[in-house]
Write a protein that binds this ligand. Structure first.
Ligand code: ADP
Ligand code: ADP
Length: 228
């Protein structure tokens, strides 16, 4: 589903990602783990070209992102959802409107937007919270809104950058359960970057250990299950 070939990313003289090659199979929950500064976030952000590699190729769903025009890339990104450690919700918009923004940006037909928003909120268990503002929600609920927003355009891939690192153990379990559900019921391939080994081992079916911009090792893995 995601095929990264020999990508390198430099910040000035510093090499954040050094000739990394990685294949993430369709249907995986794939973990990328490593210490702070290892390059995890940079690697993830190159999977939707939020960061441009200096060299190498990034294929998602059979499409070579590195060869697309900006218009082509905008279109391709509809099928690549992303969530972040700090949620990145819009504070002065309701939960409903936070999700709807994704549909507006994707030029989803106006008359179908509300129904689609409701469907996505229902999937993450927040259908009752549509009129709330982010400040009224718990961290776990905020992350679930972000997940609903990422799901709105029906992606085939969900990229998760430290999705539980701001959350306590209870809400971490809640968010991981939603991610697992999305993978199993919607067939979405999930990539999770985390420095928390417990999180990665609970749901990931394969993982890569990143160290100083290199792959230290990659292996398949039997998920341990979510501890609550
Ligand atoms: P991780 O996600 O594993 O913590 P990152 O991918 O965020 O690592 O960062 C990898 C390295 O690249 C770090 O040393 C970081 O300081 C550096 N880095 C990341 N983004 C930038 C940037 N925009 N400019 C300069 N250096 C950066
Ligand atoms: P987090 O708080 O999740 O660790 P950061 O604050 O490091 O994330 O933000 C990561 C980067 O992603 C920032 O440079 C931010 O501007 C950018 N960013 C956030 N949300 C989006 C988005 N929806 N699309 C593109 N870039 C985004």
């Amino acid at each position: 589903m995601i095929d990264v070939q020999h990508i390198t990313k430099r910040y000035g003289a510093f090499i954040a990602i050094d000739d990394v090659t990685l294949t993430i199979p369709k249907g995986a929950i794939y973990g990328i783990i490593g210490a702070s500064g290892a390059g995890k976030s940079t690697l993830l952000r190159m999977m939707n070209l939020l960061e441009k590699p200096d060299s190498g190729r990034v294929n998602v769903g059979g499409q070579n992102l590195t060869a697309l025009s900006s218009k082509g890339l905008r279109e391709a990104r509809k099928s690549i959802g992303m969530i972040f450690q700090h949620f990145h919700l819009v504070a002065n918009k309701t939960v409903r409107d936070n999700v709807r923004v994704a549909l507006e940006l994707a030029r989803y037909p106006k008359r179908d937007q509300l129904a689609r928003v409701q469907e996505c909120l229902q999937f993450v268990g927040l259908q009752e919270m549509a009129d709330k503002y982010p400040a009224e929600l718990s961290g776990g609920q905020k992350q679930r809104v972000a997940i609903a927003r990422a799901l709105a355009t029906n992606p085939s891939v969900l990229l998760c950058d430290e999705p539980t690192s701001s959350l306590d153990p209870q809400t971490t379990a809640e968010v991981l359960a939603v991610l697992k559900d999305i993978n199993e019921r919607l067939g979405i391939t999930i990539v999770i970057v985390s420095h928390e080994m417990d999180v990665i081992k609970s749901i990931c079916t394969a993982l890569t250990v990143l160290e100083n911009g290199h792959i230290y090792e990659s292996f398949t893995h039997e998920p341990h299950g979510i501890k609550t």
